[in-house]
Design a protein around this ligand. Structure first.
Ligand code: 5AD
Ligand code: SF4
Length: 444
């Protein structure tokens, strides 16, 4: 059958979708981009913020007509949203056109469930939190699971034990569990053999990798082993928690030639009182120590962060502390979010929820400060030359190419006259800086 996947949410979900596609292709199905051609629509959902959940629900609703046009069609809804309280019930009762409802724990069973549904037409709902099922994995169709032909994501640990009070992830992705290093390394070797150049190690908190393993592995030892794999040119990872971040890790990274000098270290708030309410388990002073260590060992490192504004009880004074912290810290970029109330999390119960209009206004002030900093950091790069790994033709202008620096900054530059391919590394001189992008030219 022909299937089409629509993905909401983070890199982890994008990767899960690629892995599901690989499994379905191994089972004899074929992937198409256009829903109208498809027999199976798969919606991989996100629930980290209310807006993502609403978008997914809207999209699922719109598939009612698609299903009515041809009753043999199959609608599958999977991913984080399903695992959140009440949602599977809602879909079961009010979205009758959805035939298969599976949570994050049963995703690897998708091919089997499709086969059974196609044969019997009986609805399948599997949303239980359980740890005895296989995790999503790469099937025989390895290339399908590679992004852009040269970059592959690979899960190193699943779930999260941190229970930040605003966050739904621990409830929908379950407890933290690490994959064995041998399994991860074997998979990366296979990927390198089919031409993968860049590896992105994925986990909700990569820094706590190995804590549940008996063999003494940790994130630093894993990075060291991945660094030895021939054919891999760049190693990235996502995402880190400041609580488990250490000077030793920075020192290890500084000694490994393939690990990119990009640190994404979510701060969430620059106010200690709010950090405590968020259950982040660090203070700004400790976070600043991490920044000092990164900059001491790797002065060229790109440092990015996540910030939530309008957490319950955040006063103007608390917010101004965050603004001041951002001015001091000088991040290359910050992903900024309006606090979104997620039922089932402790913060959703807290009194003093902040007004939407106040949140919006704070977000704008924060972005104004950060954009200025991002631009000024990027402007200092003008004139310098750096290796850029090519992603492909620029989306806005086919005569231009787009790639990424070691620090994960996007650089747009004119195509060379000779043949090129994604994953190739060019020496590029930076000629112009913008807030989010750089422009450059290839040095011959
Ligand atoms: N509201 C707003 N932002 C959130 N994040 C996680 N949960 C919420 C929420 N309830 C943000 C955090 C995290 C990023 C992936 O999403 O900043 O680092
Ligand atoms: Fe959510 Fe905190 Fe876990 Fe990140 S570390 S996934 S923010 S609970």
């Amino acid at each position: 059958m022909l299937f089409c996947i629509h993905t909401f949410g983070c890199q982890m979900n994008e990767n899960d979708s690629r892995l599901m596609a690989g499994l379905l292709i191994s089972a004899g199905h074929r992937q198409v981009d256009n829903l109208e051609e498809a027999d199976i629509a798969i919606i991989n959902t996100c629930c980290v913020r209310e807006s993502a959940e609403n978008r997914a629900l809207g999209y699922i609703g719109s598939l009612k007509k698609w299903k009515q046009e041809n009753p043999h069609r199959i609608v599958v809804v999977c991913g984080c949203m399903i695992q959140k309280d009440g949602n599977s019930e809602l879909l079961r009762k009010s979205y009758r056109h959805v035939g298969i409802i599976i949570g994050t724990f049963a995703a690897a069973l998708l091919p089997r469930y499709i086969e059974s549904y196609a044969a019997t037409g009986e609805r399948i709902i599997d949303v239980e939190e359980r740890y005895d099922l296989p995790e999503l994995c790469r099937g025989e169709e390895l290339p399908v699971t590679v992004e852009n032909g040269y970059r592959a994501q690979i899960n190193i640990n699943y779930g999260c034990n941190n229970f930040c009070t605003y966050c739904i992830v621990p409830y929908v992705r379950g407890r933290e569990r690490s994959r064995k290093p041998q399994e991860i390394l074997a998979e990366i070797e296979q990927l390198a053999a089919i031409g993968v150049k860049e590896i992105q190690l994925l986990g909700q908190n990569v820094n706590s990798y190995g804590k549940d393993l008996a063999d003494g592995s940790n994130f630093a030892s894993l990075l060291t082993s991945v660094n030895d794999i021939a054919g891999i040119a760049r190693i990235r990872y996502m995402t880190s928690h400041p609580r488990d971040f250490s000077r030793d890790l920075v020192e290890t990274i500084a000694g490994l030639d393939k690990v990119c000098h990009h640190f994404h270290l979510p701060l969430q708030s620059g106010c200690n009182r709010i950090l405590q309410q968020m259950n982040r388990a660090y203070r700004t002073e400790e976070y600043s120590e991490h920044l000092r260590n990164i900059r001491a060992f790797l002065p060229d490192a790109t440092i990015t962060t996540d910030i939530i504004v309008g957490f319950p009880g955040e006063t103007e004074q608390d917010f101004v502390e965050t603004l001041h912290y951002m001015q001091e810290a000088r991040f290359d970029a910050a992903y900024t979010f309006l606090y979104s109330r997620r039922s089932g999390t402790p913060a959703a119960q807290m009194a003093e929820q902040v007004d939407e209009s106040v949140k919006r206004q704070r977000l704008q002030r924060l972005m104004d400060v950060q954009n200025e900093i991002s631009r000024s950091i990027n402007e200092r790069l003008v004139g310098s030359c750096m290796p850029v790994m090519l992603d492909g033709a620029s989306k806005n202008n086919p005569h231009m190419l787009s790639g990424r620096t070691d620090g994960n900054k996007i650089v747009v530059f004119p195509a060379p006259t000779t043949a090129w391919q994604a994953g190739q590394i060019f020496p590029v001189q930076i000629t112009e800086a913008q807030t989010w992008n750089l422009k450059g030219k290839i040095l011959e």
